[in-house]
Design a protein around this ligand. Sequence first.
Ligand code: FCB
Length: 494
Amino acid sequence: MSVSLTRRTLARLLGASAAAASMPRLAGAAGGTGALPAPASPSPAETPRSFPAGFLWGSATASYQVEGAVHADGRGHTIWDTFAHTPGKVANGDTGDMADDFYHRYPEDIALMKQMGLKSFRFSIAWTRVFPTGTGAPNPKGLDFYNHLVDALLAAGIAPYCTLFHWDLPQPLQDRGGWQSRETSQAFAEYAGYVSKRLSDRVQHFMTVNEMQTFVDLGYGTGIHAPGLKLGRKDLAQVAHYAVLAHGLGVQAIRANSPAGTQVGLADNAVACTPVFNAPEHVTASRTAFREENARFLTAIMEGRYTDLYLRKMGADAPAHTDADMRAIGSPLDFVGLNVYPASYVRADAHAPGGYAMVSEPSTAPRMASPWLYVGPEALYWVPRQVNELWHPKAIYITENGASSDDVVTRDGQILDTDRTMFLRNYLSQLQKATAEGVPVKGYFCWSLLDNYEWADGYGKRFGIVYVDFQTQKRTPKLSAHFYQATIARNSVA
Ligand code: FCB
């Protein structure tokens, strides 16, 4: 070992123990050395970096990633059960069979949320708990789980934000064509209507579908996600169409089954077009890019039509669609939920169609533990701003944002994830700029509360602000949880 390496290692060790000495020990609710301590001197006063009063701070999870209990109380089989149990599909052969055991441990996790000061919690419903085969007879025990979860959240003063589809499609529907079939869009609407009828006395915010682009392109295009198909361009465009159609029919079904005032939206991971820098030509190019690069999903939903450029580019491979489809797809929304991770940089290019060019990342661009997660904090300013300029939605939520890190537990049991904390601080600073300029962002959901099952990466990529020991299920808040707690308490980036 070289001297310089030894020095560096020493410096890191000393740094870690100095940090440990100067801050209260990070303690978990479970296995517990006590409660999450109150943040040091929260300042209630407005500062120039404050978020609007009443800003809704939350965290997000999804059913298959946290619940476990895949055989409990009549839950039916999903495409992720099948995929995860197929050798070679998921890193390390990991499955969601146990995940965070949230199905049984949610009271403890809600206690943790409360200690952190969370005002809201975004979760998704496992379709096959409610309808084990996707359609047909409902399973009351499955819905009961969500009834209890919602009641427990409300009792803790935490607003439930409910996503209806976060990728765990019932396997029997996949066996009949999955998202290649219009039947799936219709089945989704029936399921959405059924659930909203039973929860909307207590749940005021519903999201239809999470990240269409991801489950369409990775599930049916590259085959990296369930159900692992690799369709051609035309078939893939049709899958995308049935996904937006499911969203639109879902919006209508929720409205028909819930009281007036129920807020309906979606959680979309729009391509996060971000100007290479703030100059008029790049800003204009980026806004055009935002509309065109999202033509299959968010643009179709906000405008009720596919853009001319998209239809021209697709030619004979454009999806078959009717006017009635497009009217449903364009059903007015109460809010737009945006999942924002890497920025996609755009520059003006007078010679390109649409006048813009996407810029790919240089090899040295900084990224987090997930190779796709390039660090681009300005996306959290530009994405909501552009959505607002293009479509003037009534409200915007950041329904996901967060980072994976190679977390290490120190000898005294702490997780000092300065990299995730840096990531969140920088992204939130950009979001604060958007709210200060009047972009109507009403809340932010950190992905994720807990380390969890990160799809094809299994348990290898940790996104939680709370560390989970998957052997013991012990929860330990990380440094980033303390940062988030302080940010919430001050309503300003800590
Ligand atoms: C998003 C997904 C979410 C999680 C994060 C890291 O694409 O919606 O389930 O995997 O990425």
